[in-house]
Design a protein around this ligand. Structure first.
Ligand code: 13P
Length: 239
C-alpha cells in the first residue's frame, strides 16, 4: 500500500493533481493506493476517483459515532461519503492535539465500527532514539493504541524523519519493522503476519525503492511527496 497524507494542504484546485494520478493509474494500480486529503476535499475526491485505482481516506476522526463534538467528524460520516480508510494517531495529532494512546485506540475502534480501515501511526522522537528508547517507545505506543481487531494497517513514522528530508539507516528501519512484526504476531497470532506495516518519513522518489525492499516494509505513508502527482506516481511505481 502507498498512502498519501496531504495534511493541511490542498484546495479544490488540487483535484487537478488527483486527476493526473487517476489517469496515470487507469490501467490498474500495482498496489493499493490511497490519498487522504483534508476533510472538505474527501467527497469531491471520491467522486473524481470512483472506479479508479485510487481510494480516498481521511486523516483523523472522532471516537464517538455522533454527538455534541463541535468541529469534529465521525467515522460514520466518512464512510457514508465514500472514504475507505482513516489515519489515526499521526504524530502531528499526538503533538498538536495531545492525543494519547488510549484515544488513538478508541478512534481506531470507531474506524473499524464504521467498516473502514484504520491506519495507526507510531514513531519515536529524536530524543527517544538518541536515548536508545526508540523500540521501547514504539512498542508501548502499539500496546496502547491497537484495537483487538487485526483489520488494521500500522505506519511507523519516526517523528524526526517527518518533513525533514532525514531518513533512518535502512538497518534501523528493518530492525523496527521486524520488532513491530513480532509485536503484531504476539498480539494477533497468525493474522499479525498479514498486517501491512508502512514506513513514513521523508519517503521520496529517490529513496522509495530501497525502503520498500526492506523486509516487513509493506508500503509507505507519504507526506510532502504525495502532493505532486509525478513524485507520488514514482513512489507508487517503486512499490
Ligand atoms: P513527509 O513524507 O513529508 O516526511 O511526511 C510523512 C508523514 O508524516 C506522512 O504521514
Amino acid at each position: 500500500m502507498v498512502a498519501g497524507n496531504w495534511k493541511m494542504n490542498g484546495l479544490p484546485s488540487s483535484a487537478a493533481e488527483l486527476r493526473k494520478m487517476i489517469e496515470a493509474l487507469e490501467g490498474g494500480a500495482p498496489c493499493d493506493v490511497l490519498i487522504c486529503p483534508p476533510f472538505p476535499l474527501i467527497a469531491p475526491f471520491v467522486r473524481d476517483g470512483a472506479d479508479s485505482g485510487i481510494e480516498i481516506g481521511a486523516q483523523d476522526c472522532h471516537r464517538a459515532e455522533s454527538g455534541a463534538h463541535t468541529g469534529d467528524v465521525s467515522a460514520a460520516l466518512l464512510a457514508a461519503i465514500g472514504a475507505r480508510a482513516v489515519i489515526v494517531g499521526h504524530s502531528e495529532r499526538r503533538a498538536d492535539h495531545g492525543e494519547s494512546d488510549s484515544l488513538v485506540r478508541a478512534k481506531a475502534e470507531a474506524v473499524l465500527a464504521a467498516k473502514l480501515l484504520p491506519i495507526i501511526c507510531v514513531g519515536e522522537t529524536e530524543a527517544q532514539r538518541d536515548a536508545g528508547e526508540a523500540e521501547a517507545t514504539v512498542l508501548a505506543q502499539l500496546d496502547g493504541s491497537l484495537p483487538d481487531d487485526a483489520q488494521i494497517v500500522v505506519a511507523y513514522e519516526p517523528v524526526w524523519a517527518i518533513g525533514t528530508g532525514r531518513v533512518p539507516q535502512m538497518a534501523d528501519i528493518a530492525a523496527m519493522h521486524g520488532a513491530i512484526r513480532r509485536a503484531m504476531v504476539a498480539r494477533y497470532g497468525e493474522a499479525g503476519q498479514g498486517i501491512r506495516l508502512l514506513y513514513g518519513g521523508s519517503v521520496k522518489p529517490g529513496n522509495a525503492k530501497e525502503i520498500f525492499a526492506i523486509e516487513d516494509v509493506d508500503g509507505g505513508l507519504i507526506g510532502g511527496a504525495s502532493l505532486k502527482a509525478d513524485d507520488f506516481l514514482a513512489i507508487v511505481a517503486a512499490a
